[in-house]
Ligand binder design. Structure first.
Ligand code: ZN
Length: 339
């Protein structure tokens, strides 16, 4: 019964999320609305059919789902609807009070949405979500690594020339294999010089050297995943000493086979080494997970009780780039809830 009560505790716990993708958060319900607007895309709008399509099978199928959703985001209104509805599900289902949503504007701009219209759409949704759901949103723009330097140049331009005050971070996603971090060093230098925080993905599908490169060459303050850092005690010590935070996404790691079995997940090794960790859901509907579920998985891996779980939520607040007044308010809510 302790399991059920911890599950209920997690469900009601006020939380923040730092590693969650914009398009990757589209649920079957949201995709159904987008598919109904664009029937020519060939994606079913029937909810049951979509739920079946979304059920995680393997990594190749996940990519099919992801690309199908990318292809449905064709107009600024699609961007606005996606963002606003994702925010609704974050607030209502996961008790999120603050999220840093990783957006990949490049994939929308190459599909014909002007960056100004894209920015207006996400900003419109952000203001409405804060008003309607009490959810504070901030943006991280990430470079889709597979699209190389042109995508990095474009993403930097969007970040610097079309900046909104809600943009807080600059990231790097997509495949790691064959996409060396070093080639993006200058982009990250310029983004950081403009006051953006460095939050690349690293060490998810490649070894610890990619995490080292991200720290040394990209100035990473937080690392997306960082799973393979567990193989290198010197790296763990360095991350702990320099307060680099890992954005751990346990269910995603199993789905993508970054980790073979959940009992092999390095989360505990990170904590034992003194590395700051946060728990995240990455692309939740596409990995058949939720942030609540990933907190449950983390609680199992770390053998946490309610106070331990509340500390995970506090760690995410601390590692966020939220305004100080927002941090203070959410900390107060967690304290009041956790007792
Ligand atoms: Zn990610």
């Amino acid at each position: 019964m302790r399991g059920v009560s911890l599950q209920n505790f997690i469900t009601g716990l006020p939380k923040v999320e730092l590693h969650v993708h914009h398009v990757g958060s589209a649920s079957p319900r949201i995709v159904s609305e987008l598919a109904a607007r664009h029937p020519a895309a060939g994606v079913p709008s029937d909810l049951e059919e979509l739920r079946d399509f979304f059920t995680f099978r393997d990594f190749a199928h996940f990519i099919d789902v992801y690309l199908a959703v990318v292809d449905l985001v064709r107009t600024p209104e699609d961007v606005r609807l996606l963002t606003y509805e994702v925010a609704r599900e974050m607030a209502e289902g996961q008790q999120l009070r603050y999220a840093e949503l990783t957006c990949t504007p490049y994939t929308s701009v190459v599909r014909g949405i002007h960056i100004r219209d894209y920015t207006d759409a996400i900003e419109d949704a952000r203001v409405a979500a804060e008003r309607d759901f009490g959810l504070v949103l901030r943006w991280i723009y990430d470079i889709p690594g597979e699209s190389g330097i042109p995508a990095a140049d474009a993403t930097l331009e969007y970040a610097l020339e079309h900046r909104t005050d809600a943009l807080v971070g600059f990231g790097l996603g997509g495949p790691e294999i064959g996409v060396p971090r070093a080639q993006f060093a200058e982009h990250f230098d310029r983004a950081r010089a403009a006051g953006l925080h460095s939050v690349p993905h690293a060490g998810e599908t490649t070894g610890p050297e990619t995490v080292w490169e991200s720290v040394r060459l990209l100035g990473a303050e937080r690392i997306g995943h960082g799973t393979s850092a567990a193989q290198d005690p010197d790296l763990l010590a360095h991350l702990a000493d320099t307060d680099v935070v890992l954005e751990v996404c346990p269910t995603s790691n199993i789905a993508t086979r970054a980790v073979d079995r959940i009992e092999d997940h390095p989360l505990r090794a990170f904590v034992d080494a003194g590395v700051a960790v946060t728990i995240n859901s990455d692309d939740p509907p596409m990995f058949s997970t939720t942030l609540n579920h990933d907190y449950e998985v983390a609680a199992g891996l770390l053998d946490l009780d309610e106070q331990g779980v509340a500390d995970l939520a506090r760690a995410a607040v601390a590692a966020s780039f939220a305004p100080e007044d927002v941090k203070t308010r959410i900390r107060g809510e967690i304290d009041a809830y956790a007792g």
